[in-house]
Design a protein around this ligand. Structure first.
Ligand code: ARG
Length: 258
């Protein structure tokens, strides 16, 4: 009995000591350790709403954030916004982290910090099956849709330097697909990982990849500059890769290995 009380008191003491070290710990404890994750839920299987089933945001990134949060003792609240507003949400403190299939580009690194890459992807040109666009050069004079603020938009601008195209920006990926189907766009540029899901549903679409370096379009978690979370999440990511949890998530959402 006495031993029990002693143990209990020791635990309280240790807990007290732990929360006293570092202001960030104390702050998180006060906030009940909730982290706001901003995302753009237009990106199956990374983050999307399966409207037939519920209005909840689900996907690989949501599961990943929850699993990492679980390891580190945080609850994750998901907040939806347009992709082009995500970096700003970190800068203004509206969000603590961003998981949105976001690529750690050097441009973005000027404003935010990134974790290690957790999934790689490539750029893909998607067209209708009956189009005669089969290689980059065939895009000449065509209208190409991309997501506003994405690296696919940068890619389109780069292509435009050698192969003149008309670039159209949209905020949400489903809008790109829709306008491709109605013929307003001749082609769109999205990631192969996301295109795969659309090919399963949309039988009249085809595509080809154009980047040779998969890292070029891979995904990482973004944090505010100098956030102490970056190192913590990297450690937890590493653990998930080692203990097979990451592999399980990849199989669940992408249906197989990279
Ligand atoms: N990986 C690309 C980028 O960082 C596209 C990501 C789009 N993500 C989204 N949730 N819509 O620009």
């Amino acid at each position: 009995m006495k031993k029990g009380i002693l143990l209990f008191l020791t635990m309280i003491l240790i807990t007290g000591l732990l929360s006293a070290c570092g202001t960030s710990n104390a702050k998180n404890a006060a906030n009940k350790k909730v982290l706001v994750m901003a995302t753009s839920a237009d990106y199956p299987p990374f983050e999307y709403v399966d409207t037939a089933k519920s209005d909840k945001i689900i996907g690989f990134d949501v599961d990943l954030a929850n699993a990492l949060g679980e390891k580190l003792g945080y609850k994750i609240n998901v907040k939806d916004m347009d992709f082009s507003g995500l970096i700003q949400s970190l800068k203004t403190g509206q969000a603590d982290l961003v998981l949105a299939g976001m690529t750690p580009t050097s441009d973005r690194k000027k404003n935010v910090d990134f974790s290690d890459v957790y999934y790689t992807a490539q750029h893909m040109i998607i067209t209708k099956k009956d189009s005669n666009i089969n290689k980059l050069e065939d895009l000449k004079g065509k209208t190409v849709g991309v997501q506003l603020g994405s690296i696919q938009e940068d890619k389109a601008k780069e292509i435009n330097k050698t192969i003149p195209i008309n670039i159209e920006d949209r905020n949400r990926i489903p809008d790109l697909i829709e306008e491709l189907k109605t013929g307003r766009f001749d082609a769109i540029i999205i990631e192969n990982t996301v295109a795969k899901g659309y090919f399963d549903k949309e039988k009249d679409l085809k595509g080809f990849t154009i980047s040779d370096n998969p890292e070029e379009a891979g995904s990482a978690i973004a944090f505010p500059k100098n956030s102490p979370l970056t190192a913590k999440f990297n450690k937890a990511l590493e653990e998930m890769k080692k203990d097979g949890e990451m592999e399980k998530l990849v199989v669940k959402w992408f249906g197989g290995k990279q």
